[in-house]
Design a protein around this ligand. Structure first.
Ligand code: P5A
Ligand code: ZN
Length: 480
């Protein structure tokens, strides 16, 4: 049924990715003279903007309050929580001068904002009666990443960092917030048709300063795993080091509990990538900057004005709030226009030629399946609504099926090793819960531990390293 090819997408992903970002005018990377930093180009910027809108809508409607903190964090604040700074020490950019004067206190470009936000929360929040409180901001953060940088995937300036920070009177309430955050992230990823696997990260890979970390991962076409979002239970760690105490219900003074959770440019990248194919991508209609493109095919018969017909259609669609564009460029042939909009992921193309005008119909081509259909003009509105829904469903289920096909459950370490070596993806093995067994698996399979399924999932069988009864599954993969 599908005329979609995904050979380059799957076998030559790296090249495919760079090509789509550039040809589709999403993100210009590798040419600006600072490593790890790129430029959002107009089309990419529009997509990013719509994804931000979606994130805002989800957070605003669940009691999150948007704020905006300074970019700079004084050194002593950033250093207070010892585990936190240990985790970020190598990644911080420092501002050391104002003009020619050396600064008394070095200032960090925020790598994340737990410290600056906790500092202010202490001034704002005095009592359990003010809790819970949920803040978020969408800002640039800076991390001097030492692993190989990749456009949108590993940046040194993360420009679309959505960070949420919440405060609670009890451990349990913070844990409830972790669950809410997971549900909200599911909603966001589902709205974008991005498939995910949720794992509790192992102790040695949790966020610096957290009690535990729950992560969302997706699988990229090359079989490598990308972490696309994380939710952390921070416990009382930051309040303790900031001496941030509040009045509790039983009149005592105690430290509140926190959570934080974050998304980044990786969400925009994943939206482009998971719905990709050999001639670009299909963007989910919800966030596609252009949802319908109309291409007039010049008619030989001079009495027939395909452009006027196209513009009339566009006006009607626009009036219904649809993001529509008529490609009336004279210098490009229709074929070149098709190609141009395919890279930009436009979900629906309408072709208008002499026949369409004469018969009062339109020809519609779905970007996700390339299926072509003829529709009566007066049925166009209903057809577009139906197609938007169908395209979203088709994209999401294709992406989920593809990801599921890359996950292998096995009790055999050698089989897991072969699978990772030949096509990567994710392997799941029974695990006794002992860290040393996990390290052995990493070594033998030559992959990284992602963690254990969340919510917890019991595994039957034996740990293939020590032979003891397995408690749960453990996931391993090659990661970005
Ligand atoms: C949660 C928000 C935090 O920083 N503090 C505030 C917490 N968590 S995190 O896991 O370190 O980052 C959140 C998500 O951001 C993405 N990410 C990146 N994206 C692109 N380039 C980077 N260099 C980068 N670093 C982190 C990941 O998706 C991560 O889950
Ligand atoms: Zn074991």
């Amino acid at each position: 049924m599908s005329k979609i090819k995904r050979d380059k997408w799957e076998k030559n992903f790296s090249e495919w990715y760079d090509n789509v970002l550039r040809t589709g005018e999403y993100y210009d990377y590798g040419r600006y003279p600072v490593k790890g930093m790129g430029i959002w180009m107009p089309h990419g910027f529009q997509l990013r903007q719509r994804i931000i809108q979606l994130i805002r809508k989800v957070l605003d409607s669940t009691g999150h309050e948007e704020v905006l903190f300074p970019l700079l964090i004084p050194e002593d604040l950033l250093r207070r929580e010892k585990e936190h700074i240990k985790g970020f020490e190598d990644e911080v950019y420092w501002v050391t001068h104002g003009g020619l004067d050396p600064l008394d206190v070095k200032l960090a470009l925020r790598p994340t904002s737990e410290t600056s936000i906790t500092f202010m929360e202490k001034l704002w929040i005095k009592s359990y009666k003010q809790l819970p409180r949920k803040f978020y901001q969408i800002v640039s953060i800076f991390r001097y990443e030492t692993k190989a940088t990749r456009p949108l995937l590993r940046l040194r300036e993360v420009t679309t960092f959505k960070e949420a920070h919440t405060v609670h009177a009890s451990y349990e309430d913070a844990e409830r917030q972790v669950h809410e955050a997971i549900d909200l992230y599911k909603e966001i990823f589902d709205s974008l048709g991005i498939p995910y696997l949720i794992s509790k990260r192992p102790e040695w890979d949790k966020f610096a300063g957290a009690l535990y970390t729950i992560a969302f991962d997706t699988i990229f076409p090359d079989g490598r795993v990308l972490q696309i979002g994380t939710v952390h239970h921070l416990g009382q760690n930051f309040p303790r080091t900031f001496d941030f105490k509040i009045q509790m219900e039983d009149e005592s003074l105690d430290y509140p509990h926190q959570t934080s959770y974050g998304l980044s440019d990786r969400v925009v990248a994943s939206t482009i990538v998971v719905h990709g194919d050999d001639t670009g991508t299909t963007l989910p209609p919800l966030v596609a900057p252009v949802q319908v493109v109309i291409i007039p095919i010049p008619a030989k018969d001079e009495d027939i004005d395909t452009l006027a017909y196209a513009e009339e259609l566009a006006l009607k669609l626009k009036a219904r709030g649809i993001r529509v564009k008529v490609d009336d460029r004279e210098e490009l042939r229709p074929g070149a226009k098709f190609y141009y909009w395919e890279y930009r992921g436009v979900p629906i193309r309408i072709e208008v030629g002499a026949r369409e005008v004469r018969e009062d119909v339109v020809t519609i081509v779905r970007r996700d399946t390339r299926e072509k259909m003829k529709v009566e003009k007066q049925e166009l509105d209903a057809k577009i609504d139906e197609l938007f829904r169908e395209i979203h469903e088709t994209l999401a289920s294709r992406a989920w099926n593809w990801m599921r096909s890359k996950i292998l459950r096995t009790t055999n370490i050698e089989e897991a090793r072969r699978k990772i070596a030949s096509e990567r993806g994710i392997v799941e093995l029974p695990w006794c819960g002992n860290d040393n067994c996990a390290f052995k698996m990493m070594e033998k399979i030559d992959a990284k531990v992602l963690g254990t399924p969340y919510p917890e999932e019991e595994a039957k069988g034996k740990c293939p390293v020590c032979g003891k009864d397995a408690k749960t599954w453990i996931r391993l993969a090659k990661t970005y």
